[in-house]
Each structure stands twice: as structure tokens, then as C-alpha cells.
Ligand binder design. Structure first.
Ligand SMILES: *Cc1c(COP(=O)(O)O)cnc(C)c1O
Length: 390
């Protein structure tokens, strides 16, 4: 391919491409395929947020270029949310940056902080953009394996000294995608102290911070004393308020990192449409009952899917956060073999764990962001059609 930089060659073909092809083929053959692969809320954005967006779109002044760093009302709303939820003080002027979805910031923080050849510490399995952004910035990926016996937390002491010397940035993500793992503040304390001693910036991805169950509250890494010296946290409205299509998120924490990221962004994009920022501010400041309502629905789905899996001999722990089930493939099946089997025998798409990194091998991910009737149909089909003997 002549019209492509060499670094682009490192980006593997879209991980869902093969499944998309197969799905299209089966659909054409008249099979009703149910896709449990995609993590995108089916529940609608709450009405009060949509109404606010429409109101703001009608104001002529809102059609101008937005503020580079984000509308001050949005940045104040994020600070207000951090105070209310985590008792963390943030200066909306210097410690909060608006993003065009958190993925945008997670991708842009890499070239903001690393030079070609520098190392980035990446959770494995993990959200693919951490790795892809590192390839595009010509950095070196170092995988931190997340093992079940360590509750899907990295073991910092296992990272070789020479890797640490070359590292500028470490990604963390709890509640995690794809593992659905959660942590307590003790882990974040350990991470902050480790990162400080090696001068490695932590980028904590908290996309699922409010998608939690059974009274569990996900901590913010910024609750750790002194975390702002080394850490930034990325948050999003996408999952909390079913606003994935709006593209609105934020980075908070270390001032210098926020400042550098905002310079990178000033020269790359021009911020998110003002009405979307104002609707997001309204979401963060307004009635939060919609969040619990959505979480209750995810939790019911979670229990139903876990029971369904049990019926075919697969045991999965109910997670405390995220809308994913991460479970071991049955004995004798690789991730790909099992995903293939589920698709062939029941017309249901699940994601093979190795799509999220080498340590995901031997696992699969199910997303619960699908309407109940489709999800329950998928459960029935899996129960009735999947036999694990080869
Ligand atoms: C969905 C998701 C995001 C990103 O969401 P945006 O819509 O870009 O804000 C970030 N991290 C993880 C792990 C996700 O699953």
C-alpha cells in the first residue's frame, strides 16, 4: 500500500471485521444474528438531556466555534461532579479539559507525552485505542498482563527496570473493559506511589465510573493524596448517560499534562459543539436518578446472562461495574474457537478475549448493551443450542 505511512501498517485489521463479514453473510442467508459484541448502550439518552440540547441548538450564539479548552459551564460541571461524587477539588480553569469523547483524549495523550521509541505501559487485555495510539505515535507497547489470580490488576513489581526507565506513560482502567474488574483505593495508592517513584504519568480511564452495581462505588484515582502530581483521569458521559453518539468526555488532574494535552488539541481539533457541552453540563448537574435506573436494568441483564451461561456449564462472576461479562472459555476451546462455535450454533456474536490483547486468550466478552428482548432471546438460543462437547 503506497499511500500509507509505515506506522499505519502496525494497526491490525479491524478486530471485528471478520465477525462483521460473517454476520453479513448469515444475515443474508436469513439468519437473525444477535450481536453481543458491541459496547454501546441501547437505553436512550434521558429526555431532560435531549431537551436541553435542543434548547441550546436553537441559540444562534452557540453555532460559533467553541472554546478550545471547553465551555466553562461544562468544566465547572465536571468539577462539581468530582466534588459531589469523590470529594475531590478541581480547578475548572486548569485541571479540567473537555474532550470530543474520552477516546479522543486517550488517543491524543500518547503523542502529547511520548517521543518515538518511548515506552507506554498498557493493560493486557485492554481497550484497543491505548495500543493503537502508541503505534501511531511510534512508541513501544509494553503489556502489563492482567491475570485472574491478581484480580485483573497489573503486578508493578514484575515490570523490568529497563522498561520502566524507557516508560513515560501508563494506562489503567477500572471498572475495566473488557475484564469488568474493579479496584479499591488501596490499589490506586499503590499505583500512584509506583508511578511517582519512576516518573511515569498515569492515565486512568474511568469510562465506567458510574456504571456500578449492588452499592459498589468506583473510586477516582484523584482521591489518592498527591495523585495530581502524576495522574490524569479520563471520564465520559457516554456510558453513564447513554450519550455515546454525542462525543463528550473530559480529562482531569495534573495541570501540566492537561495544559500539554490542550496544546496538542488546539492544533488538532477545535473542541466539541457548544450545545453538546451544555447538555453534558446539564446531565452532570441535574437529576441523577436516570443513572441508577439504567444500572438497575444492566444488573437484571447481568444476572439473567450469568444464569444462562451457568445452564451451559460456564461459570462467570457477576461484576461490580461495567456492562460486560468476562469469562473463561470452556475447557478445550481457544477464544476464537468458542466465539466461532457460539456464532455457528446459536447465531450470537460474542467477542473473543484475544481481541483485547494476548492475555485475553482463553476468555470471551459479552456486552449487555442490548434491548432486553434481544438479550433474552440470545440467552435462550445459547441455552438450547450450544453443546460443549466437540
Ligand atoms: C466506551 C469506552 C471509552 C470511551 O468512550 P467515549 O465515548 O470516547 O467517551 C473509553 N474507555 C473505555 C474502556 C470504553 O469502554
Amino acid at each position: 500500500m503506497p499511500f500509507q505511512a509505515k506506522k499505519m501498517g502496525k494497526i491490525p485489521p479491524y478486530m471485528f471485521a471478520e465477525f462483521a463479514r460473517k454476520k453479513a453473510e448469515m444475515t443474508k442467508a436469513g439468519i437473525d444474528v444477535i450481536d453481543l459484541g458491541i459496547g454501546d448502550p441501547d437505553l436512550p439518552t434521558p429526555d431532560h438531556i435531549v431537551d436541553k440540547l435542543v434548547e441550546e441548538v436553537r441559540k444562534p450564539e452557540n453555532s460559533k466555534y467553541p472554546s478550545f479548552v471547553g465551555h466553562i459551564e461544562f468544566r465547572k460541571a465536571v468539577a462539581n461532579f468530582y466534588k459531589r461524587q469523590f470529594n475531590v477539588e478541581l480547578d475548572p480553569e486548569t485541571e479540567v479539559l473537555a474532550l470530543i469523547g474520552s477516546k479522543e483524549g486517550l488517543a491524543h495523550i500518547v503523542p502529547t507525552l511520548i517521543d518515538p521509541g518511548d515506552t507506554v505501559l498498557i493493560p493486557d487485555p485492554g481497550y484497543p485505542p491505548y495500543r493503537m495510539a502508541t503505534y501511531l505515535a511510534e512508541g513501544t507497547v509494553y503489556y502489563m498482563p492482567l491475570k485472574e489470580e491478581n484480580h485483573f490488576k497489573p503486578v508493578f513489581a514484575d515490570i523490568p527496570e529497563e522498561v520502566l526507565t524507557a516508560s513515560k506513560l501508563m494506562f489503567l482502567n477500572y471498572p475495566g473493559n473488557p475484564t469488568a474488574a474493579t479496584v479499591d483505593l488501596t490499589f490506586f495508592k499503590e499505583a500512584v506511589s509506583f508511578a511517582k517513584s519512576h516518573q511515569i504519568v498515569i492515565a486512568h480511564d474511568s469510562a465506567y465510573n458510574m456504571v456500578t452495581f449492588q452499592g459498589y462505588q468506583a473510586p477516582s484515582i484523584l482521591q489518592v493524596e498527591g495523585a495530581k502530581e502524576i495522574a490524569v483521569e479520563f471520564g465520559s458521559l457516554s456510558k453513564t448517560y447513554s450519550m455515546t453518539g454525542y462525543r463528550i468526555g473530559y480529562a482531569v488532574g495534573n495541570k501540566e499534562v492537561i495544559q500539554s494535552l490542550s496544546v496538542y488539541k488546539n492544533n488538532t481539533d477545535t473542541g466539541q459543539f457548544t450545545p453538546i457541552q451544555l447538555a453534558a453540563a446539564y446531565a452532570l448537574n441535574g437529576d441523577q436518578s436516570c443513572v441508577q435506573k439504567h444500572n438497575d436494568i444492566y444488573w437484571e441483564r447481568m444476572k439473567a446472562m450469568i444464569d444462562g451461561l451457568k445452564a451451559i456449564g460456564i461459570f462467570a462472576e457477576p461484576p461490580k461495574g461495567s456492562f460486560f461479562i468476562w469469562a473463561k472459555t470452556p475447557k478445550g476451546y481457544s477464544s476464537n474457537e468458542f466465539a466461532q462455535k457460539v456464532l455457528d450454533q446459536s447465531g450470537v456474536i460474542i467477542t473473543p478475549g484475544n481481541a483485547f490483547g494476548p492475555s485475553g486468550e482463553g476468555y470471551f466478552r459479552i456486552s449487555l448493551s442490548l434491548p432486553n428482548e434481544r438479550l433474552y432471546e440470545a440467552i435462550e438460543r445459547m441455552k438450547n443450542n450450544i453443546s460443549l462437547s466437540k
